[in-house]
Design a protein around this ligand. Structure first.
Ligand code: SF4
Length: 284
């Protein structure tokens, strides 16, 4: 039976993108190929907030005890190896059991599954079919992969996902790829972060949209230039601008401005409902 290293598994309201407001199960896998230490920092500088917390990682026994950060990646513990002991390896059975315990009525109805990270398409692709075929997942109709858009799909996983588009199947599942490719404000290199070839492949398998985290007009301009690169390679899905801000003080500074930038450029605006609703606490 397949196992997945799970950073968090919780039930909440999707706060971002296409399914904003939809009751959702979040499966946060462990591991990421990036650090995104530039978020919320002056241009060219990297945050050391998460690193300072990681120096005392052994003090924390639960995700809920971890401090929130106002700069850098807000889910730092889902990939930094110093927090790996907080994330158990769980079998498909254990994950499916846990999900049926946390959703209302103990069965899938209108809930949607978000497979997030970290970067969920790194190594766990081989384990998802076992989980998604589990009898307790039978009622699940909609799945979103929240990805940074750098990981190719394996041939096996692509074929597996494509089967749900077959007209003779007696059930269907809608697959969405929410691609948050990283702009320079993340601190990641453009060569590694911008992979239109990868994102165009997702488009063959499911509904795919782009989501750029921005704070300034300069970021929005970079988002639009980057979107043009994706479009030139054949990407034709929608694009959202979403404000930087894992904590309310930062989010409140730029959410309205980012909405205006989205309007001005004819792009969609994505909120981060988890910040005003739940303060972006772990497990929300
Ligand atoms: S890609 Fe996402 S999870 Fe990975 S470091 Fe960046 S913000 Fe964090």
């Amino acid at each position: 039976m397949s196992k997945i290293k799970i950073a968090e598994l919780f039930y909440s309201v999707q706060g971002e993108g296409r399914y904003m407001g939809v009751p959702s199960v979040f499966l946060r896998t462990f591991g990421c190929n990036f650090k995104c230490a530039g978020f919320g920092m002056p241009k060219g500088q990297l945050s050391t907030e998460a690193d300072a917390i990681a120096q005392i990682a052994d003090k924390f026994k639960l995700y809920e005890e971890l401090p929130l950060v106002s700069t850098g990646c807000d889910s730092y513990a889902s990939w930094d190896p110093r927090f790996k002991d907080l994330s158990p390896m769980l079998t498909s059975d254990a994950i499916a059991d846990r999900i049926s315990e946390i959703i209302p009525f103990n069965e899938w109805r209108d809930e949607h599954l978000v497979i997030t990270g970290g970067e969920p398409l790194l190594g766990w692709q081989r384990a998802y079919p076992d989980l998604l075929d589990h009898p307790k997942m039978a009622g699940l109709k909609e799945i979103t992969f929240e990805t940074n858009g750098t990981q190719k799909l394996s041939e096996e996983f692509k074929e597996y996902l494509l089967q749900w588009q077959m007209p003779d199947l007696d059930f269907d599942r809608e697959i969405t790829f929410s691609v948050s490719a990283k702009l320079s404000c993340s601190g990641e290199s453009r060569e590694e972060a911008i992979r239109p070839d990868v994102v165009c492949e997702y488009q063959e398998v499911g509904y795919t949209y782009r989501k750029f985290v921005v704070a300034t007009e300069e970021d929005a301009e970079e988002a639009i230039e980057t979107l043009d690169i994706y479009r030139a390679e054949g990407f034709d899905g929608p694009c959202y601008l979403m404000p930087v801000g894992g904590v309310e003080s930062v989010y409140n500074l730029n959410n309205r401005r980012v909405a205006e930038l989205a309007m001005k450029n004819g792009l969609r605006y994505s909120d981060r409902l988890q910040v005003p609703l739940f303060k972006n606490e772990w497990g929300t």
